[in-house]
Design a protein around this ligand. Structure first.
Ligand code: PSU
Ligand code: MN
Length: 301
């Protein structure tokens, strides 16, 4: 059901390292035309470090792991391309629809394709105002029942971060800080929330993955939370001011459901004159580089 590119299929069959990359960040998370350049750049980071990138998306109803240049271009430029969470995969497949995959759909497809390590920007989570709208990203549910390692810069700071961490605890998803005791804040180096576990090396992440498998519990994910370097973060005061504005705008315009995350990210890019975009990209690049190191370590035995 999942079509792996020849390169990805060969690498997996030879036990070589593969890193899954998400496509919603390209189609709905970043502005054109920069998004296509970023998609290619992220793949290059993986290759330069000696692994194979597998960008995941659904094209004409076919879920794919590993896209060629033309396919990547479709994700970055196709007008009206859909955003697909896990629950959208079956309708998209049956109806021949194309779409970019979120963390939930990407995690599921990557795990099914035999890929264990995945890099993204920031996870989805519990939205602010949960008590009135009950908007909790499907990312959390999928991560509670998918054996995948996700490297991210925490969860998007547009969310209710403490509530999201509580949900991850309840859903039994392991969270470790990479060289930090604090949960990262996506555009910001820290969210101010503590994390219970800290690791210093990619090999330690691979060790935790092996321990997960040996334990044989429910098939949960491992979240490796990797902060954006302080020099590249968004100015925290600017972040707080503009985010408050963005949340008010979303409320005033009645934006809800799948549209809210792209709306807020885009608002921040405009209102910070691109500074939030640079911080987002710095976070993603760092995550892809770390995911590659973890995949290399994982493939070593
Ligand atoms: N990380 C980014 N930019 C993004 C996303 C993650 O740096 O656009 C996407 C991911 O695909 C994530 C989705 O799964 O946002 C969450 O959307 P929602 O809140 O609708 O589940
Ligand atoms: Mn949602």
């Amino acid at each position: 059901m999942i079509k792996r590119s020849d390169e990805v299929a060969t690498a997996l069959s030879e036990g070589r390292p593969v890193v899954a990359l998400e496509s919603t960040i390209i189609s709905h998370g970043l502005p054109q035309p920069r998004n296509l350049k970023v998609a290619a750049e992220l793949e290059e980071i993986v290759r330069a470090a000696g692994a194979v990138p597998a960008t995941i998306a659904v094209l004409d109803g076919v879920p794919r792991a590993g896209l060629n240049k033309g396919e990547l271009e479709r994700i970055a430029t196709e007008p009206g391309l859909r955003k697909l969470g896990f629950r959208d995969l079956a309708p998209a497949a049956a109806l021949g629809v194309s779409g970019a995959t979120t963390v939930s759909a990407t995690s599921f497809l990557a795990a099914r394709a035999g890929i264990r390590v995945f890099a993204t920007g920031g996870l989805g989570g519990v939205h602010r105002g949960w008590t009135t709208v009950q908007d909790e990203s499907a990312d959390l549910d999928t991560l509670s029942r998918t054996r995948i390692t996700v490297v991210c810069a925490g969860v998007k700071s547009i969310l209710d971060v403490p509530a999201t961490l509580q949900r991850l605890e309840t859903r039994q998803v392991a969270v470790v800080g990479y060289r930090t005791d604090e949960f990262p804040g996506f555009y910001l180096t820290t969210s101010g929330e503590p994390v219970d576990w800290r690791i210093e090396t990619p090999a330690e992440a691979a060790g935790i993955m092996r321990a997960q498998d040996r334990l044989g519990g429910p098939e949960t994910a491992l979240i490796v939370a990797n902060p954006v370097p302080e020099a590249e973060q968004l100015d925290p005061a600017l972040h707080d001011r503009v985010l408050a504005e963005a949340l008010r705008a979303a409320d005033a315009e009645g934006v809800t459901g799948q549209a809210i995350t792209p709306f807020l990210l885009e608002y921040l890019v405009r209102a910070t004159a691109g500074a939030s975009l640079e911080a987002n990209l710095a976070a993603v690049r760092g995550n892809v580089a770390l995911a590659t190191q973890i995949a290399l370590s994982w493939a070593q035995d």
